[in-house]
Design a protein around this ligand. Structure first.
Ligand code: ADP
Ligand code: ASP
Ligand code: MG
Length: 406
């Protein structure tokens, strides 16, 4: 008998028919003698709809109240699955974040899990209950409801798996595993049978949203075996595990993309010590994460400084920089929300030269202009116009020999 955590994402619980399918899968695992804890997302689209509702009543809704609102999506699915299972004569109980003792810090909208109290859950499991936990939510030490950032149910699942020392954490989603590129835009993407935590961390940090990055960090830290697989088939998916000697280490192992990028340029900034600090300090104080940065030198001791932020923070960042531009005498602040980042990723890149030139050549052959570049020893990223994202992913996938043979 094993303890198995099963997490089902938004498309897997998008309607009542799918919730019934989830119930059957959970029941089957339980009938095999396993203990089961289920983690659910909200129905597909519901979190976006709730954000939209809030934005209709306020331009800047209180982050605390937004979390109270957003957590209702997961509350709904957890209750519906528990009702369905009970109707099938299974002893199921739904638990909200605070009932499952998911304690977080108090960063509304992007809270981090501090600890998970397991006594209550263990007691319920010993009595052979099936537990259905609302993902994506927790509570801070004052009892406020918090949420864990978009895609956060993955993190709830892995965190609960590690707290309970589960034998396996299954992530059921709408694709049948982790691929060498998003299979929804690159039909020649290759399914990866086994991937290391580190490689998956890279991919998640560069836009592969199949797993929320924090969930991978958790899995790595606590060595939780994660199986990403489809909720619509019985096929084996991808195992995310610690590195083993038998793993292939390709020069480029995946191509990722991230459309959640926006660009801000400060024109004609004085090229002097301290100026960059004045530009980035208020952005950091507002909790906005800057990704790529470039500085072009111009004549007369002036430079243009360009950086990217997540799309959701674009307006706030623009307002901040308009004020900064006034203070430091920059000539203008320009913004562009229609950009995306494509990256080639691979730990094998460390010992190889020439990856960058293949990437730049491939993009130029398609007439795709590179707006910004950033590199590390295990990845190269280019910001491009958003409309070319899909094309760029496909041609890079081919150029680096990753295409699945027909
Ligand atoms: P869920 O709602 O189940 O959490 P998500 O939409 O968050 O599902 O994540 C699954 C999606 O991740 C897939 O539909 C796919 O479009 C996307 N994705 C991006 N990159 C990859 C990749 N490399 N491998 C698999 N899926 C990917
Ligand atoms: N419902 C949340 C979201 O859409 C959390 C999740 O699905 O993991 O981001
Ligand atoms: Mg997700």
């Amino acid at each position: 008998m094993s303890l198995i955590i099963q997490k089902f994402g938004g498309t897997s619980v998008a309607d009542l028919e799918r919730i019934r399918n989830v119930a059957k899968r959970v029941a089957k695992t339980y009938d095999q003698g396993n203990d089961v804890v289920v983690i659910l997302s909200a129905m597909a689209g519901v979190t976006d709809d709730l954000i939209d509702l809030a934005s209709q009543v306020s331009n800047s809704p209180s982050k605390r109240e937004l979390d109270v609102l957003l957590s209702t999506g997961e509350q709904t699915t957890a209750a519906l699955l528990a009702i369905t299972l009970t109707d099938m004569n299974y002893p199921a109980l739904s638990l909200l974040g605070h009932q499952a003792k998911v304690v977080t810090d108090c960063t509304f909208g992007d809270a981090r899990i501090i600890e998970i109290g397991t006594e209550y859950i263990k007691d319920l499991l010993e009595k052979r209950n099936i537990l259905v936990v609302a993902g994506f939510q927790g509570c801070d030490i004052k009892g406020n409801i918090t949420t864990l950032g978009r895609g956060g149910s993955d993190t709830t699942a892995v965190a609960i798996a590690s707290a309970l020392k589960a034998d396996l954490c299954e992530i059921y989603t709408d694709v049948d595993g982790i691929y060498s590129a998003d299979p929804n835009i690159c039909e020649k993407a290759r399914k990866i049978d086994k991937i290391s935590y580190d490689e998956m961390l890279n991919m998640a940090s560069l836009g592969a949203k199949v797993l929320q990055i924090r969930s991978v960090g958790f899995a790595k830290k606590y060595n939780v075996p994660v199986h990403v697989r489809s909720s619509f088939s019985e096929e084996e998916g991808t195992m995310v595990v610690s590195e083993d000697a038998g793993m292939e280490s390709l020069i480029v192992s995946a191509v990722t993309h991230d459309k959640d990028q926006a660009r801000i340029t400060l024109k004609r900034v004085q090229d002097q010590p301290g100026v960059a600090a004045k530009i980035f300090l208020p952005i950091a104080e507002a909790g906005i994460i800057v990704d790529m940065i470039i500085q072009n030198t111009r004549a007369q001791g002036q430079t243009d400084l360009t950086f990217t932020v997540p799309k959701k923070d674009f307006q706030a960042a623009m307002e901040i920089e308009r004020k900064v531009a006034n203070e430091i005498g920059a000539v203008d602040v320009l913004g562009d929300k229609n950009i995306a980042k494509v990256s080639v990723v691979g730990v094998g890149m460390k010992n190889h030269s020439g990856v960058a030139s293949i990437m730049f050549n491939t993009l130029s052959r398609e007439n795709i202009n590179i707006i910004m570049i950033s590199t590390s020893e295990i990845r190269i990223s280019c910001a491009i116009e958003e409309k070319y994202t899909e094309l760029a992913v496909r041609v890079l996938h081919t150029a680096f020999g990753l295409d699945e043979e027909d």
